[in-house]
Write a protein that binds this ligand. Sequence first.
Ligand code: SF4
Length: 327
Amino acid sequence: MTEEVILRVKGLQTYFHTDEGIVKAVDGVSFDLRRGETLGIVGESGSGKSVTNLSIINMIPSPPGRIAGGEVEFMGTDLLKIPVKDLRAIRGNKISMIFQDPMTSLNPYLRISTQMVETIVLHQDLDKKAAKDKAIDMLKLAGIPAPEKRIDQYPHQFSGGMRQRVMIAMALSCNPEILIADEPTSALDVTIQAQILDIIRGLTAQTGTSVILITHSLGVVAGMCDTICVMYAGRIVERGPTGELFEAPKHPYTQGLIKSVPRLDKASGERLFSIRGQPPNVIDLPDCCPFYPRCDKAMDLCKRKYPASKDLGNGHAVSCWLYTEAK
Ligand code: SF4
């Protein structure tokens, strides 16, 4: 990882206008991604992590969604301000995505060769023969056995884990600067999950690709990420280097998430901690700390005002009234 910031997200706000009110799915999210860094975005369902990443590549369905504010600066260009055609040239080429279900991205009617070669020819200056050779190499690197034969098969001829490997090969075939992986292993069993994460880690380390890994599981990010952002109700409530965040989490929500990760050094039969209550309804959310109904340390101030982010040094920051001074 270098110090060069490749992606700077500043004050991003993505709102959905519904009959019930305004859903502030992402509300003032800011973070930097450095070259070669793997950054994990963690949170429960509905915390805004996937909407954040769809907003980065400006893929929010509009209506009802709307990017209401903020900047997404990628290598000096604000992706929220450039024409759609320029953005298309960046998506899938300089910024690639893989999703939980590879079938949302793979066309079931086309052979893998057709889909991969088309992508490579579209984005790279290669003829079809060279593009196919490159596709076979990528499938091999992603751990697909006999890639020369399997490249001519259809997606349904692959298992779930193998399809995810194909997606990784496809996503990395254009040497992207950034790979966004949205819950890439949630639909897979635990052994295959570990293999897929290993492949992502190995391939991106080789190519120097920066990664944004979105997951609801702190267990997944622990062994994979340099930095972690914890999201709650559309905002980043804590971010920091992985080791520091696990050893000294500051936000009560992060502390709860860490306590709820199963650990091998815990006595068997011990009950796993779970955070009480449910995530809030983010429709017309008042400007308070949205975690207060679930927080054991909540104070009166928490119900009246949202705490500003407090910089704790070493890239560690938290938004909680236990650390932020009231003005
Ligand atoms: Fe708990 Fe208050 Fe901190 Fe929110 S601001 S996490 S309610 S102590």
